[in-house]
Write a protein that binds this ligand. Structure first.
Ligand code: SF4
Length: 184
């Protein structure tokens, strides 16, 4: 797979960023400034690492998980490359969740190169800016204004499993003892 993406980080196994166990990829760079943003370090455009798509794809396969989540930062700013990766995931039966600060209506205007392709390659879209004053009404979203939109039959199944009582955050301890806090 050709191309690279600028990433904040990734985790091979997470349980709070969509249904079930998932490989989670946080993109680097976000045009929004939501007060209370959980991933402030992922917002700058000059941070993170440039990662070849092929390397990322091999890490996903090696993890053995059956679900991938794109988060951020803002995945739609690198929509073309993200769509390539998710298409490959779909061809191997790996389900696909995408977080975005944009509204679905904004994305439908095809605002960035590859936007349409990324929407087509996604099963579940979790969209909208984070608003800390509106409590979430179910798992996977950070605030109650954010919508969970099924973009495929698989996405509809995933959405129907959404719970209203859930775990919001998790600590992941790596082999070298580093602790990472993730959540929405
Ligand atoms: S859209 Fe997400 S990453 Fe961007 S500022 Fe808002 S909460 Fe943070």
């Amino acid at each position: 797979m050709k191309g690279s993406v600028r990433l904040y980080k990734w985790e091979a196994s997470s349980f709070v960023n969509g249904p079930g166990e998932r490989f989670v990829i946080w993109f680097q760079g976000c045009p929004f400034s939501c007060p209370g943003c959980f991933n402030r370090d992922a917002r700058t455009f000059d941070g993170g690492d440039l990662v070849p798509l092929q390397d990322l794809w091999e890490k996903i396969l090696a993890s053995g998980v059956r679900g991938v989540t794109l988060s951020g930062g803002e995945p739609f700013l690198q929509a073309k490359e993200a769509a390539l990766l998710l298409r490959e995931c779909g061809s191997r039966g790996i389900d696909r969740v995408v977080y975005t600060g944009f509204l679905y209506e904004e994305l439908k205007r095809d605002i960035f190169p590859g936007t349409r392709e990324l929407l087509r390659a996604s099963d579940l879209l979790l969209e909208g800016r984070y608003r800390k004053e509106i409590p979430p009404d179910g798992e996977w979203t950070g605030s109650g204004n954010q919508r969970v939109l099924a973009l495929s039959a698989r996405g509809m199944e995933m959405k129907s499993s959404r719970r209203t009582e859930w775990v919001e955050r998790e600590y992941i301890i790596s082999e070298d003892g580093e602790t990472v806090l993730t959540g929405i």
